[in-house]
Design a protein around this ligand. Sequence first.
Ligand code: NAP
Length: 537
Amino acid sequence: MSHPRTVPPSVDVVIVGAGFSGMYLLHKLRELDLTAVVFEAGADVGGTWYWNRYPGARVDVESLAYSYSFSDELEQEYEWQERYPTQPEILKYARHVADRFDLRKDIVFRTRVSAATWDEGAKSWLVRTEHEDAVTARFLVMATGCLSASKMPEIPGLDTFKGATYHTAHWPHEGVDFSGLRVGIIGTGSSGVQSIPVIAEQAADLTVFQRTPAYSLPARNRRLRPDEIKTMKLNYRKFRQAQRESGFGVPTPVPTKSALEVSEAERDAAFEVAWESGSLVNLLTAYKDLAVDQAANDTAKRWIHRKIHDIVSDPQVADDLSPEYPVGTKRPCLDTNYYETYNRPNVHLVNLRRTPLVEVTEKGIRTSEREYEFDAIVYATGFDAMTGALTNVDIRGRDGLSLKETWSAGPRTYLGIGTAGFPNFFMITGPGSPSVLSNMVVSIEQHVDWVTDAIAHLREQGLRVIEPVREAQDAWVDHVNEIASYTLYPKANSWYMGANVPGKPRVFMPYAGGVGEYRKKCDEVAAKGYEGFELTV
Ligand code: NAP
């Protein structure tokens, strides 16, 4: 992993982040004979899969679908082991890609970008890092991921606890042995839901502090069979095309029926098939109106509540684990033995709606009811999603315009790719694109392809600068909001809405119109000479 730290003074493109986005972007830029440097805060590639090493961490899109499609050889040679691979297996894949395409020589690791300023005279960016590097670049691309700025809960006393403290997104590389320990965990999103069953098996005692329960479905993970790998490898091109045209980047039949037009028995049977399938998307797409009609959604909600009550033996605990917000409006989870874990004698659920958190103490956690003593506390408290990693860098566009200030009432982008006032600035899977509502790898490849095509187009036309036109951006923001308003998404206090960060504006950030529709729109914009962008010399 050791690697000489050479930072070129000037490149065509500075890329921030060496996750799946930054790696593919670097590869594509090289194909165009453009020079690039990637700055990466971690010590290796992998992004999300580098940082999130908590016990039980897995992807919840199937491995054969959650992988790059840009290289036939890579697709054919890589051997995935499991349906839903573990974090180490995905990190191994990312490392394999870095080695195979010789990416590391243009990646500067352990280096966080701190600031970037547009120089109108030179028509370039000046990018600075925490280590005082300064690089000029014609283009700046934030490949920083949607869920990379982690957050701690806003409670007093976080530093007073004398035991060990962990955040799921910054897990020690050597792992943690919880054997014999009393452990408290705050948070029951995907990271909590995946880690709780694994920690429970090791710890003497595990207390889960839950503010909002998650809807979670069994992953039904297993080893992949050689025949299914072979079939996929034979049909990859067709499958990739279907991914690109689908709603979530995962090919699924388009539902035609309303949940309200079928009998309860038929509906129950359909939900059961989705539950058994071990896929998130199958439940959400069982009926055409689950995402848009409260009464339709209620049928799925009641059905899942019943499932939780069937699995969890204590009816009070089952009640506490049953969410009230519409299914799918906060990110649902895939789990292995999540609800079953609450039947273990060493696992306790604290419902923070009844007894709110008060503070972290020297010995543990105090709620309005009592103090709980722990040897270790795990924070599975999530991220400042979608905008945090962008606004954490001091990005200044035209006339010193600050991205953070410009977005103080919520992010405003054109296609989730660029933002007015910030020339030659691109985001991979930015707010206003399908991003987190999709198979991320599909969305990443689409954005990288679009951005590199745009850069190539500028070069061909002898142009130097591309920037969204404000009116086109306003229209896109209106469109994103309008689509969201047809759905039930705004009904939940989710990180999609920025609701998990106190003071963050409540705006539904991803584009809910689907990956296929979105791609068509982006292709149309490019075909019309980058309509809605201003291209200048
Ligand atoms: P998250 O979904 O935001 O969950 C954070 C949890 O912490 C929530 O239960 C939240 O409660 C709780 N919390 C936050 N602040 C709190 C406070 N002050 N007091 C009490 N509870 C608090 O974060 P995450 O679990 O890390 O997952 C984030 C996203 O990453 C997922 O939705 C998913 O997109 C992705 N992810 C995917 C996988 C996978 O399976 N591949 C695994 C992990 C993460 P509230 O809900 O009440 O805010």
